[in-house]
Structure formats: structure tokens, C-alpha cells
Ligand binder design. Sequence first.
Ligand code: NAD
Ligand code: KPL
Length: 305
Amino acid sequence: MSITWHILGAGSLGTLWATRLARAGVPVRLILRDKTRLASYQAGPGLTLVEHGIAHTYPVIAETSDSPEPIQRLLVACKAYDAQGAVAQLQHRLAPDAELILLQNGLGSQDAVAAQLPLARCIFASSTEGAFRDGDWRVVFAGHGYTWLGDVGHPTPPLWLEDLHAAGIPHDWSTDILTRLWRKLALNCAINPLTVLYQCRNGGLQAHACEVATLCAELSELLECCGQPAAAQDLHSEVTRVIEATAANYSSMYQDVANARRTEISYLLGYACQAAARHQLNLPHLQQLQVRLVEQLRVRGLPQD
Ligand code: NAD
Ligand code: KPL
């Protein structure tokens, strides 16, 4: 019997992982926020995954953080700003040699969780899969993609990658996960804030090509300075390619703002600007972008961090 996957956060990605693991017969337990959420979940038939327009429901067992069983393997599927607090609530249940898989976008939250648990193995993930909720306890698998996993301290892949294989979760073990996370952060910084400021789809940035190019130059300088030259390579060409390939889509930050949800700004543009300040690097366009974005969030009454 394989070790149980505890999944913290039954949102879009948490549900996408939980349902596919459950479908493959891998033991899974969901950890929900509180007793009210647990009661709501238990009143229904389980978690539903909608894939290619077809819905399947899986009766995954759920609990709250105060269940007594120890946790050996934890998939942290909260937003970056919730990860540290959510893990802290479970700290007393984590086995001394527990493994955590951190699905958060951006940078900063992973180090915060790892610092909180010096004995645990923290595996960082970067995913290009896309999912959204179209109802309570239901997720639509919107974009097939790939997930890279890696451990900055230990290059050896864990044996449980077998579970992901069995579940049909496309993945690879990465020995340069930080490079992947930095690259994704740079892409997100070059695209997402501008889509919020110009209120456009990704393709709308084709009309702001000079601004995108200037941001890419500053982001490349930052990546070089942060010891990530591989993440800086051909950044502008990739940003241009992504803008073209996803022209009809709204960026995740655009969608957060449009739905009056808190953004992950502190783990994306905020993290980049802080890193620049630490290195005493003057990146005026990136810094101005942060000021403009924060102002836009303020005007809309959304959290500015
Ligand atoms: P989401 O908001 O859909 O899900 C997060 C869930 O965590 C919510 O259900 C929330 O209630 C729950 N949660 C928060 N605090 C909790 C706590 N203390 N205890 C229990 N549950 C708690 O978010 P998401 O879209 O799944 O994103 C998760 C992360 O994955 C983000 O960093 C996001 O940027 C990244 N990501 C998402 C996608 C996607 O397509 N959704 C793709 C790539 C990366
Ligand atoms: O990852 C993205 C997002 O919207 O968050 C893309 C599509 C790459 C835009 O930055």
C-alpha cells in the first residue's frame, strides 16, 4: 500500500491532483479549512473533475487540520500567500521526515515553508497545467501541461514519482527547479501586470511591444544578477512567443483582479523588485510597474500584497 497523499487546499490544482490520484487508486485525503467546509463537502458525493467536457466524481475522504493521524506526504495546493499559515496549522501532525510538495507559483512562499520545517523534505513544483473551479467541489481541467518537481537540497528523485505516473500526471524531475521557477516568475512579471493595467487579453500586449521588451531587458538583468543566467536566456523571445500562443487568454492575474480575488503580486513582481533592491540594482521600469499595479489594486479595493 502506498503512503497516503494528504492534500492541503481543495481548490483548482488541489482538486486536479486529488481526483487523478484517487482515480489511479492512490490513497488520498483532503484537508479542508474548517468544520463548516467539511460539512459542506460531506453533504455531496465527492470531488468532481471535468475533463474534455465529461464529469467524473470521486468520493475522496476529507478531514480538517485537527484530525489525529500523522502526515507523511503533504501536497500544499494553497495560494502562495496562504501556504505558510496553512502548513503551520498542520505542523503538529507532520512526521519528522515528512515530505511536502509545494505547488505555489512565484517565489518566496517555498522558502518560507521550508524555513518553518527544517527537518522535512520540501519539494518545489512548477506547473503549466491549468484548471478552474466551476462550482463548489468541481474543477475543470482547462489546460493540459506539465509539472516539474525538484529539491534544491537533494538531487535524488523520490520513489513516489511512480504515483504521479500511475495517475497520468505529466511530470519530470528537475535538477534546476529554481531556474524553472525564476523563468516562470519572469514570464509572469513581463505579462500579467500589464494585462491588468491595460485591461486586455495576453494578445493585447502586442500593442505594447516596446514596454514588454524593456521589461524583459530589466528582468534578464535581474536574473543574471541573482545567479540565474539560464533563466535569462532568450527571455524576450519566449515572452513574445507566449503572448502569441496565449493571445486569446486572460492572464491568471487579470482573472484574479476581474473576480475581485487577492493576487499573488508579492510572490511575483513584489519578489522581483525586492530581489533587485537587495542587489542594489536600479530597474526603473519594473519598479514603476509595481507602483502602477499596486495603485490599480488599491483603486479596486483589493489587497496590495
Ligand atoms: P485556489 O484558490 O483554487 O485553491 C486554493 C485552495 O486552498 C482554496 O480552496 C482555499 O480555500 C484553500 N486553502 C487556503 N488556506 C487553507 C487552509 N488553511 N486550510 C485548508 N485549505 C486552505 O488556487 P489554485 O488556482 O489551485 O492555485 C494554487 C497555487 O497553484 C497558486 O500558487 C497558483 O498560482 C498555482 N497555479 C495554479 C494553476 C491553476 O490553473 N489554477 C496553474 C499553475 C499554478
Ligand atoms: O502563466 C501565465 C499566467 O497567466 O499566469 C501566462 C499564461 C504564462 C501569462 O504570464
